[in-house]
Write a protein that binds this ligand. Structure first.
Ligand code: C2E
Ligand code: CA
Ligand code: CA
Ligand code: CA
Length: 279
């Protein structure tokens, strides 16, 4: 084993160089991806537990890389955050989602929310509020049909400043929700000050239903906490009927997950919103 140590080291160095070169190439590609039209959005329905109807959709970005094919956002969003490229990319997402939702309404579809993920870097931009206002003005989307998904860590980075921005957005009529709830570290005293309308139970907890007692207890606690604070609670990553049954029994308001639909193209989405899911 000792004799091969040197070779192993060389192997790791070569692999590491490869990984770094890979990352640099990806970063370079990311720089031009908006201008080259390589991004598109897919939309995943959010279904009301009471009616089985779609009340909203979450916009999720996809990158069709010319050589690599589809690159996952879990791979390129962190890179976009490191480089600051998330700012123009995020603005493209926001605008595209607003224009798409307005186009659906103009096509005569029943009105529903479009939810957009927001990165800390975007939220901290001086021009952030203006970006949102411009996206709404230019698209003509009624602000109440735009929802912004924030994370606890984004808010807690600078609580007072975040609250100020959140109140401005709320005054504009935009809805706010907390994504991945339960994985961050916001205190309950901070939570009660958030001007939000919804909590999204992190899919990590949903995954443990029905086998994991702790995950079940946490999901249940998040639902009661949300309701005590007059918030709607949505569960994401719902894949099975057992998970659905547990969430229904515990009063969860909305469901998002592969059980009902993966994220789909705008055209597919337009047909899904007229469907009634079996909740
Ligand atoms: P997220 O915001 O928590 O989004 C939910 C992720 O779970 C999405 O992955 C979605 O496709 C996936 N998902 C939905 N239903 C199920 C299910 O039933 N089971 C499982 N296992 N997964 C499910 P996706 O699209 O790969 O996005 C990953 C993450 O990338 C997102 O997590 C979000 O943090 C980030 N992201 C995606 N689009 C954007 C964007 O436009 N802007 C920003 N800033 N981040 C984005
Ligand atoms: Ca999200
Ligand atoms: Ca305006
Ligand atoms: Ca999430």
């Amino acid at each position: 084993a000792k004799a091969s140590g040197r070779n192993n080291f060389q192997f790791y160095t070569a692999a590491m160089n490869g990984a770094i070169r890979d990352k640099l190439a990806l970063r370079e590609g990311l720089r031009h991806a908006v201008a080259r039209g390589e991004f598109h959005l897919v939309y995943q329905p959010q279904v009301a537990m009471t009616s089985g109807q779609v009340t909203g959709v979450e916009a999720l970005i996809r990158w069709q890389h010319p050589e690599r094919g589809l690159v996952s956002p879990t791979e390129f969003i962190p890179l976009a955050e490191e480089t600051g490229l998330i700012v123009p990319i995020g603005e493209w997402v926001l605008r595209t989602a607003c224009f798409q939702n307005r186009a659906w309404q103009d096509a005569g579809l029943p009105a529903f929310n479009v939810a957009v993920n927001v990165s800390a870097r975007q939220f901290r931009e001086r021009t952030w509020i203006e970006q949102v206002d411009r996206a709404l003005d230019d698209s003509g989307l009624d602000p109440r049909f735009l929802e912004l998904e924030l994370t606890e860590s984004l808010i807690m980075e600078d609580l007072e400043k975040a609250l100020l921005s959140m109140r401005t957005l709320q005054a504009m009529g935009v809805q706010l929700s907390i994504d991945d709830f339960g994985t961050g570290y916001s205190s309950l005293s901070a939570l009660k000050r958030f001007p939000i309308s919804r909590l999204k139970i992190d899919q990590g907890f949903v995954r443990g239903i029905p086998g994991d007692e702790e995950d079940k207890a946490i999901a249940k606690a998040i639902i009661s906490l949300g309701h005590e604070l007059d918030l709607k609670v949505i569960a994401e990553g719902v894949e099975t009927l057992q998970q659905l049954a547990f969430l229904r029994a515990n009063g969860c308001d909305e469901i998002q997950g592969y059980l009902f639909s993966p994220p789909v193209t705008p055209a597919e989405c337009a047909t899904l919103v007229n469907a009634r899911f079996a909740v």
